[in-house]
Design a protein around this ligand. Sequence first.
Ligand code: C2E
Ligand code: CA
Ligand code: CA
Length: 452
Amino acid sequence: MSAVPATDPRRPAEEAPAPSSIDRLTGLGNEERLREAVQTIVTERAADPAPFAVGLANIDGFKPINDLFGPAAGDEIICQVAQRLATCVPDGAAVMRIGGDEFAFLLPLVFERKGAERVGQRLKDVLAAPFDLGERSVRLSASFGFAIHPFAGAAFADLMKSADTALYRSKRRGRGQITVYSSEIAQEMKRATQLEQALRNAIMAGGVDVHFQPIVDLRSDVVVGFEALARWCDADLGYVSPDVFVPIAEERGFIDKLSDMLLRKAAEAAMDWPRELFLSFNLSSAQLTDPSTAGNILSIIRSVGLSPARLELEITETAVMTDTEVAHTIVAELRSEGVRIALDDFGTGQSSLGRLRDFSFDKVKIDRAFVSRISSDRVSEHIIKAIIAMCEGLGLEVVAEGIEDFAQALKLKALGCGLGQGYFYGKPIDQRATLRAITERYQDLAPVAASA
Ligand code: C2E
Ligand code: CA
Ligand code: CA
């Protein structure tokens, strides 16, 4: 929070605000106005304290919208957002704009979590309708964080910090989330910060590892490649799942550092394998919004000496959806160099079929959720059957993920699924164990280290 000149706390709330506390673009109050209004309500209620709430709203992915449509359209959207928020806050409440795409609310009559969530939901709904930009319209969502005075902080700065923590948590959980601050949430965020620090250190020290899980040809049970999976064991925090630390690196903006290190390690390991084995590497969704990703990946594998034809990149539908144009460019550039693209976790996202038409993929990985139920659930079996038929028609390879037993493998083979992966064929193992396993299988081939 910035330093602010002294204000008269006794000024009634309805008095016209000073120009210094007005946001020029939207005509709403600014952060200074919010501070004054909070101060006023605290003073008014000094004798008989009753809780009230402050809230923050931040537009999701506003920067790409601004970049795509230009700053004038960005301003127009901000004004429309301001208008919608101002008309739909509850009686007695106030809306301010306190940053580029950030708004704040003062809710004098909201005194507990449920009430704050209701307001959040209402504001979220009102922003869901398309925004009119003359010739085109734009859809957007916002994330919300609320804090209740005095529990979440008696002083203005503390209260806003709590609201910010709540907003931050919403942002971490994806788009359009609503969080009301509580001590549990503060605890959760604290742990995330600890993890972040430890992870940053581990990345600097090269302490995050890659393990490899075999991908087999289901017709012959022969290993055709390996998926690289990140592994991190911290001295204090113990084993931390990539499902936990990858999102932290994404949200806190250092996924490219982590990913570069992992790709380098994985590519170096793959240089010791026979050249017909491919390396499959997971790209995070954040990387597909960064135009430098393709060049970066290519330069890493070139410096290691791995041929692009041996590299496969796994991307998810959500990744493709975030910033379709940039994602298209990245995928096209990589494919033109011979890198193959696999659509990961297929079947769990939204509107999968359209995505297959719009994007050029080489492979589809059927999510474990379907494979694990294939023996017991006819619906899952039919879904898998349909995916296999569709991919055949589109000329795409199919990998079934998470095969855990013989029965599942048998069924997938019978359905004509080309490739498989899962504990039944091998758990992820470290670089040395992988090389050992390969050498055992390939013992009658030429020394593997000679291959490129
Ligand atoms: P994913 O890409 O879907 O990876 C497959 C996950 O399923 C892995 O979990 C793997 O260990 C697990 N798995 C494989 N076979 C079986 C099985 O038969 N049964 C069961 N129950 N699980 C199986 P893991 O290694 O914990 O990775 C979790 C997720 O973290 C990955 O899901 C991926 O989204 C992400 N991730 C892992 N490594 C990286 C990485 O290097 N970069 C990025 N961006 N994400 C990664
Ligand atoms: Ca994967
Ligand atoms: Ca997967």
